[in-house]
Design a binder for this molecule. Sequence first.
Ligand SMILES: Cc1ncc(COP(=O)(O)O)c(C=O)c1O
Length: 413
Amino acid sequence: MMHDDHDTKNYIKTATSIIPYGKHYVDEDDIAAVANTLRYGNLTQGPKIPEFEEQVAAYVGAKYAVVVSSATAGLHLSYIALGVQAGDAVLTSPITFVSTANAAHYCGGRAVFADIDRSTLNLDPGEVTKTLADHPDIKIEAPDLFPGSTAGIAEISAVARSAEKYVVEDAAHALGATYPSGAKVPSCGHSDSTGFSLHPVKSIAAGEGGIITTNDDAIYKSLLRLRSHGINKLDDEYINTHLAFTGDETNPWYYEMASIGYHYRNTDIQISLAQSQLKKLEQFLEHRRNIIRRYEAELAPLEHIAAAQATNHQQSANHLYPVAIDFEGLGTTRLTFMNNLKKAGILTQVHYIPVHLHPFYAAQGWQADMFPQSMGYYNTALSLPLYYGLTDDDFDFVISCLKRTLKPSGLSN
Ligand SMILES: Cc1ncc(COP(=O)(O)O)c(C=O)c1O
């Protein structure tokens, strides 16, 4: 069992002296949970999936939760369940991972972008209003809760809903965050469905995995069918009754596929890990909040560096800590800055390369200067280390290296 304080005794080290920007945390309870499934349980299609779905739904306050193989798969299925097809568009932010946009293209539709608000780093509601008016083919608004923050989400969602669009929140980063109302993400108060990721650097880890939550019965049923080949194992009427029944009795071997689906299931092995991790989520979130508080205090007096996201850290799941650095003012480049930290064993990253810059999207006519706020953020962005296993010593080391790097006679000399 973990202690209330930040106990690193059980921490299974995955690197020796390197401090990455993000990392999972696995303890002996997690290992025992997975071993238990390997010894006694089903490897897949066993009881762990529905058990975990019920636990997640209860934790966030949503009616339904559906486990899938990744958050990307979850976005794809949510878009299909809401009817996205050729001729339809999904509106999202350039400051997200490519999945949010790509899933629209999987459906034969396309992604459309609107600019961000520089203080929230989420979609700008005013830009959303303009983009909805310019692109009547938009069927879904898919805001990214970046990087775990609900800042502006209620407004962004209200704009879409008043234009009669669906809302699918990409909450890949945001399990455990809260909306200003106090409700948990992803309880779907602002969306038709919400998805989050169980990738190792996210709030909790499964290896790979995703969860979609919804309060809508029809969406829930579609998601269940879609994640398992389109096969009907629900209470729907069978179409081929002559194959389904012998007299009045249902044939036990019978299953039916009336619409196309995918194989996007997850395994009991991975979900055993996620189940065990869920018990530690509040502790994980609290530690991340504490690190953010310390970053804020340490960085405040420094020049040329500031938190990239102005507010909402106490409600955010704080998946990342992006800072805005004036590289030009420092007389350096981002490459030199990152490399100097790397030489000291500190790995930073940039989240994200604005999606519209990728060649696939540029080829569709999206140009860099269409989204000046996203580009302004991107040009200064750097994500600093933030994860549960980051110790006080690690943190102090990061700060001391940053302070040296931020001086003209910094680490490079
Ligand atoms: C904002 C965002 N959306 C979606 C995804 C996709 O998550 P997954 O790797 O579980 O498919 C990620 C993963 O990094 C992400 O950061």
